[in-house]
Design a binder for this molecule. Structure first.
Ligand SMILES: Cc1cc2nc3c(=O)[nH]c(=O)nc-3n(C[C@H](O)[C@H](O)[C@H](O)COP(=O)(O)OP(=O)(O)OC[C@H]3O[C@@H](n4cnc5c(N)ncnc54)[C@H](O)[C@@H]3O)c2cc1C
Length: 371
């Protein structure tokens, strides 16, 4: 019987898993390497399937409070012609969830607050270095020499997962996709840029694209562009000013809306696009990986966060209803095909003329018994 679960990584998947485990009546300790006040600078569109997973965990309202709606995608050509105007509605109309924009930090903090409110213990500035078997249990090994014992150890520790390596020391790492996402924050919509509340608005040019969405209350802008390059980012990466110079060189017309947004940005960062399409082993003994640790999805899928939330809810159901090792095997069985299909389409391994709507239909009924 699972009494105490350890979660390595207090990000999107980790805190959502803590909520699911508490809902299943299991004690949980989350171990996160960041300090409590540190976040990641990225942001995301939560598609209907991700919102559905939050609803299954009764945590939709707290996330609604820190996010805003995205109702349309619009794209303009170099001469200002409207090329695309597509609604982002829920393909399951009676569910009516649509899509929401949220920053990584706001989502993580909302989930963490809910996990703690429901009784999870969350420890910060604690780095997990590995795992070891214990009498009738498992232990997370910590960088400070300590350990935390439990009945199951869930690796929600992202693309560089140490739990993935503890499960299989030959596990593949996420592969570089040959591009990077550069994303920025502009404190207020520049006067010459039409505001885009509730719309992801993209400006296209010769081999370039910049998309932005604006906070409907504050007018703050969140934007991104994608650059193809064979080289991965150095560490540390370019500064905001260096990125600004590089991007403005791609948008030399200072009157173009994209140039105005880039010029007024207060923060510009970048992440290499990486994908982990097929991880041979998701679990071993009392260890399991979820979220990016199991199946990193490049940002272009706009699904990595959503499928991490789905994982958390489904794993909670499996640990609620089944004993180990069956619970972990069943979790993999319920999840693998779906996430590999999403990542396969995004990375060109699979091709389709199907709209991405198929992936938005996913629904989790928390009360369903897992057998
Ligand atoms: C630029 C960008 C845009 C994106 N856009 C979207 C989008 O539009 N829609 C969408 O759904 N997804 C999007 N994603 C993907 C999404 O952010 C990820 O899929 C999601 O964050 C995965 O959640 P996770 O909890 O598995 O991993 P993470 O969010 O990376 O969290 C992992 C956590 O584990 C901690 N950790 C790591 N190692 C250790 C350790 N050894 N010990 C303790 N703690 C550890 C980390 O500090 C972190 O807090 C985007 C990603 C990027 C980079």
């Amino acid at each position: 019987m699972i009494r105490h679960a350890i979660v390595a990584g207090g990000g999107i998947a980790g805190h959502a898993a803590a909520i699911a485990l508490r809902k299943a009546g299991i004690d949980v300790t989350v171990l996160e390497q960041r300090h409590a006040e540190d976040g990641l600078g990225s942001f995301m569109r939560l598609n209907p399937n991700g919102l559905d997973a939050l609803a299954a965990l009764d945590v939709l309202d707290p996330v609604m409070n820190v996010s805003f709606p995205m109702t349309h995608v619009e794209a303009y050509g170099p001469d200002g012609t409207l090329l695309v105007n597509r609604p982002l509605s829920d393909p399951v109309p009676e569910r009516g969830l649509g899509a929401r924009f949220v920053t990584w930090t706001n989502l993580e903090q909302a989930l963490r607050a809910e996990a703690v409110r429901r009784g999870a213990s969350v420890r910060h500035a604690v780095r997990v270095t590995g795992a070891t078997g214990a009498d009738d249990g498992v232990a997370a090994l910590l960088a400070d020499g300590g350990r935390v014992d439990g009945d199951v150890l869930i690796g929600a520790d992202g693309t560089r997962s140490v739990i993935r390596a503890a499960i299989d020391d030959e596990a593949p790492a996420p592969e570089y996709c040959g591009s990077r996402t550069v994303y920025g924050y502009t404190p207020k919509t520049p006067a010459d840029v039409p505001p885009a509340p509730a719309q992801l608005r993209a400006y296209r040019g010769e081999g370039r694209l910049l998309a932005h969405i604006d906070d409907p209350v504050t007018g703050e802008q969140y934007w991104f562009t994608n650059l193809k390059t064979p080289d991965q980012l150095p560490e540390p990466g370019p500064s905001t000013d260096e990125w600004r110079d590089q991007l403005l060189a791609l948008w030399p017309d200072a009157d173009a809306p994209a140039a105005g947004i880039i010029a007024a940005a207060s923060s510009i960062r970048a992440a290499d696009d990486k994908a982990l399409h097929h991880l041979p082993r998701w679990h071993a003994d009392r260890l399991v990986v979820i979220g990016d640790a199991a199946h990193a999805a490049p940002p272009a899928t706009e699904q990595g966060g959503a499928i991490a939330l789905e994982d958390a809810a489904v794993l909670g159901q499996c640990l609620r209803d089944l004993e180990l090792p069956l619970a972990l095997a069943r979790f993999e069985q319920l999840r693998r095909d779906r996430v590999e299909k999403i990542i396969g389409f995004a990375t060109g391994r699979l091709t389709t003329t199907e709209s991405p709507n198929w992936s938005y239909h996913h629904h989790i009924d928390w009360s369903r018994q897992i057998r």
